[in-house]
Design a protein around this ligand. Structure first.
Ligand code: MF3
Ligand code: CO
Length: 291
């Protein structure tokens, strides 16, 4: 239950302004949605200006690390070498790799090739080959603030079929972003992405989704990309979360490796692609904090 604020109290959001000129009309608006049965965000997940500034700075470093990977990735290198590039660049830029040690994860980055859906673990034994597609998922902590984004890279002579998958996965981010605006629902984005992906003959993974991010690596809410318009959490200004749909060439079903407990694979063995952004919801739309 939220504490009741008086008009002249300092606002709960940390702005330093009086409640009546800050979040009082916001609270009323949220309560109206709640009384209609909508899922509304807790105050805890609304970021203050200071927190947003911190996540934005973290995101800038995350982007620089991915740019560095883009400039150095090549056929014949191992995914362990990508891990080392990410670790070294993160340290150089004053960050900490968020995956390292997160719930026991052993490396600084996730590298997921072809039929690996996500959470591929870098290894000296995994060598990038001509024709591979790979997702490199970088997450960084800077001054305590978390950012998370990922990109696909096509190595050498990638088939038209795989290239198309990578393109649709990339475009699905833009399609999702078109729905990001305060007072829309996360389901508006989920449905827009799922409809677009299905129209292209692919499927969206259901069992793994995105997440709030910023103060922790993974925060509320869980973000689905197969949800329905008008459902899931109401978007409000100051919410920060990831858009990271996993797009499969074949069926949406995945399984997690019994060997390492992390890596998700497509059940049918077909390829999968994913791009990821960290996004801030604003009154008029959104701001991308990492991509
Ligand atoms: N960026 C990935 C995600 O949000 C990180 C997963 S946790 C890790 O799903 F430990 F695998 F890095
Ligand atoms: Co993520």
């Amino acid at each position: 239950m939220n504490k009741k604020y008086d008009r002249n109290d300092l606002c709960w959001c940390g702005s330093g302004r009086k409640y009546k000129i800050c979040h009082s009309s916001y609270d009323e608006r949220v309560l109206t949605y709640k009384s209609k049965g909508c899922i509304v965000p807790d105050r805890e997940i609304i970021k203050s200006k200071k927190q947003i500034d911190g996540i934005r700075d973290s995101g800038k470093i995350n982007i620089a690390i991915l740019d560095y990977v883009r400039d150095h990735i090549h056929i014949g290198m191992s995914t362990e070498e990508i891990n080392n590039l990410v670790y070294d660049k993160t340290k150089e830029l004053g960050g900490v790799p968020a995956p390292l040690g997160f719930e026991g994860y052993p490396k600084s980055v996730c590298t997921s090739i072809n039929n690996e859906v996500c959470h591929g673990i870098p290894s000296e034994k995994v060598i990038l080959k001509d024709g591979d597609i790979i997702n490199v998922d970088v997450s960084t902590i800077v001054n305590g603030y978390f950012s998370d984004s990922s990109r696909m890279f096509c190595l050498g002579n990638v088939s038209d079929e795989k290239r198309q998958l990578v393109e649709v996965a990339k475009k699905s981010i833009e399609v999702g972003l078109s729905q990001i605006k305060a007072w829309n629902f996360l389901g508006d984005m989920g449905q827009e992405i799922n409809d677009y992906v299905q129209a292209n003959g692919y499927s969206v993974v259901k069992d793994i989704g995105g997440h709030g991010v910023g103060i922790e690596f993974h925060e509320e809410p869980f973000v689905s990309y197969v949800s329905k318009r008008g459902t899931e959490m109401l978007m409000v200004p100051g919410m920060v979360f990831t858009i990271e749909p996993m797009i499969n060439m074949g069926k949406p079903d995945v399984f997690i490796s019994k060997i390492n407990g992390w890596t998700a694979y497509t059940k049918d063995g077909k390829d999968s692609a994913q791009w990821e952004v960290t996004v801030l919801v604003t009154e008029s739309g959104y701001e991308i904090l990492a991509y």
